[in-house]
Ligand binder design. Sequence first.
Ligand SMILES: NC(=O)c1ccc[n+]([C@@H]2O[C@H](COP(=O)([O-])OP(=O)(O)OC[C@H]3O[C@@H](n4cnc5c(N)ncnc54)[C@H](O)[C@@H]3O)[C@@H](O)[C@H]2O)c1
Length: 252
Amino acid sequence: MTRLDGLNIAVTGGAGDIGAAMGAEFRRLGATVTLIDRKTPEEARPWLERAAAHGPVAYAQADVRDRAALDAALAAIDPLDVAIGNAGIGHGIPFLDISLEQWQEHLDVNLTGCFHLGQAAARQMVRQGRGGRIVFTGSWVQEVPWPEIAAYSASKAGVRMLARSMARELAAHKILVNVVAPGIVRAGLAKHQMETEPQYARRIEHVIPLGEPQTVEQVARSAAFLCSDGAEYMTGAVLLVDGGCSLFQFEE
Ligand SMILES: NC(=O)c1ccc[n+]([C@@H]2O[C@H](COP(=O)([O-])OP(=O)(O)OC[C@H]3O[C@@H](n4cnc5c(N)ncnc54)[C@H](O)[C@@H]3O)[C@@H](O)[C@H]2O)c1
C-alpha cells in the first residue's frame, strides 16, 4: 500500500480541482501538505476545504511566474521532500487566432512556472542534502496534437523535456523528476471546456477508450505513486494515465 508518512509536499495549482485532490490524497496517505496558488485565501477556500478532507493543509498565495514569491513559499517548508508543479492554464483557441499574448501566457505559466518551481525546489533539496522528488503535471496532449490547443500542448511537451533534462542532471543528488500525464478529466480545465465549447464536448465522446472522463482522485492516486517508495527507481519518466486517449480511437 502506498504511504507518504513523514513527507513534506508542496503542490502548485493547489487551489484548483486536481491540486486540491492531490492535497487530500497526500494528506490521507500521511504527508504534510502545503498548497500554493495565485488565488487569495478567500478565493481558494472551497478547494482548501476539499483538500482538508483528511486533515489540515497549509496554504501559501504565490504566482508561479513570481520566483521570489515561490522561493519564499518553499523556504517555509523545512525540509522540502516533494514539489509538485501542477499550476496550469489552458484555453481552446484555433491556431490561426492565437495572439502572441495568449501564446506567451501558456508558456509563462505552464512551462516557465514548472522551471521556477523545479529549480527553486531542487536548489533547496540540494542544500538539504537528502534527495527529493519533483513531479510535474503534464498531459496526454504533450504527445498528441489535439485540436485548438497548440499553445497548451507545446507548453506541456516542454514540461516533459524539462523533467527529463532535470532528471538527468539531478540524479546525482538523488532528486527524482517525473511527470504524471492525465487524460481528459471531468474537472478543472477540461470541465470548463466541456461546458463552454460544444465542439470539445462532441469530440471527447469518441476519444476515451475506457469510456469515461477521468476523476481527479484517479490523477491524485497516480501522483501519489510517483511520490512513494514504489517509484523509488523511476526518474525522467512519464506516467501516462489517460484511459487510452493517446491510442487514437476515432469515431467509427
Ligand atoms: N483537467 C484536465 O482534463 C487536465 C488534463 C491533463 C492535465 N491537466 C493539468 O492539470 C493541472 C491542474 O489543472 P486543473 O484541471 O485542476 O485546472 P484548475 O483550473 O482547476 O486548476 C489550476 C490551478 O492553477 C492555478 N494557477 C493558474 N495560473 C497560476 C499561476 N500563474 N500561479 C499559480 N497558480 C496558478 C489556478 O488558480 C488553479 O487553481 C494543470 O497543469 C493542467 O494543465 C488537466
